[in-house]
Write a protein that binds this ligand. Structure first.
Ligand SMILES: [Zn+2]
Length: 236
């Protein structure tokens, strides 16, 4: 059965299942109707993002901000299409901005054989027009504030986003929830050890829903689950 085009997470927050629940983007809508979109999935996902937007009664002209968690083809793949449809540029952490502009993934962890092999393979996506670049701790003035939490390792500029008003944490690829909480695939990380260390930052944030770019959300005391995962894996 096909998933719904947009899954409500909190008032004004939806998850967009872009490749079933395995790859997700997000819609944030402010009280005045302005929309921020976060992560655009793979190249073919751009149309799904726009269809999800229509399914909640908003259109391209309501979109005022576009954001990415990091510059990988399963997040930035549909970005150039959505930029064309909405007429906006993307915001991304400053350390991933050039990769997004060039349409190439950051380097992969060479300490893993698969990373070395994959490093040789082409791993690009359509170049993304980047406008604003983010720094750690910055609060983007939208719907009560979107806090940028730099969680590097998976990529140099990987960022998680805390939606302060709705209490939703978008982990990005810092932690997956695919058949349970787990680390991102080692060989896809720029520095796997670093990603396991910086994920500990998520333990200190305040949220009531954990939303993942890979896997379905956790709605029942997710902070406890994430803290337990981090402790069990030596991150805190
Ligand atoms: Zn990913």
């Amino acid at each position: 059965m096909a998933s719904a085009p947009a899954v409500p997470l909190a008032p004004g927050v939806w998850r967009i299942p872009l490749v079933r629940d395995f790859v997700n983007g997000f819609i944030l809508r402010d009280d005045d109707g302005q929309v921020t979109l976060v992560d655009m999935g793979i190249k073919q996902s751009g149309k799904k993002v726009m269809a999800a937007l229509a399914s909640i009664g908003s259109g391209p002209s309501d979109v005022t901000r576009l954001m990415l968690t990091h510059a990988h083809p399963d997040h930035a793949g549909g970005a150039s299409y959505v930029a064309q449809q909405t007429g906006h540029e993307f915001g991304i952490h400053e350390a991933d901005a050039d990769f997004a502009r060039r349409g190439v993934s950051p380097p992969r962890d060479q300490s893993f054989l698969l990373g070395r092999l994959l490093g040789l393979a082409k791993n690009g996506f359509p170049p993304v027009s980047v406008g604003e670049t983010f720094t750690d701790g910055q609060v983007i003035p939208f719907a009560g504030g979107i806090q940028v939490v730099h969680t590097p390792g998976h990529s140099p500029g990987h960022a998680s986003y805390l939606l302060r008003e709705s209490g939703v944490l978008i982990t990005g690829d810092a932690i997956f929830n695919v058949r349970g909480l787990r680390w991102p695939i080692k060989s896809f990380c720029t520095d796997f050890r670093m990603t396991t260390q910086t994920a500990a930052r998520l333990a200190d944030l305040d949220y009531t829903t954990a939303a993942f770019t890979h896997g379905p959300e956790l709605r029942d005391r997710p902070r406890e689950d994430i803290r337990r995962f981090l402790k069990a894996h030596g991150s805190m």
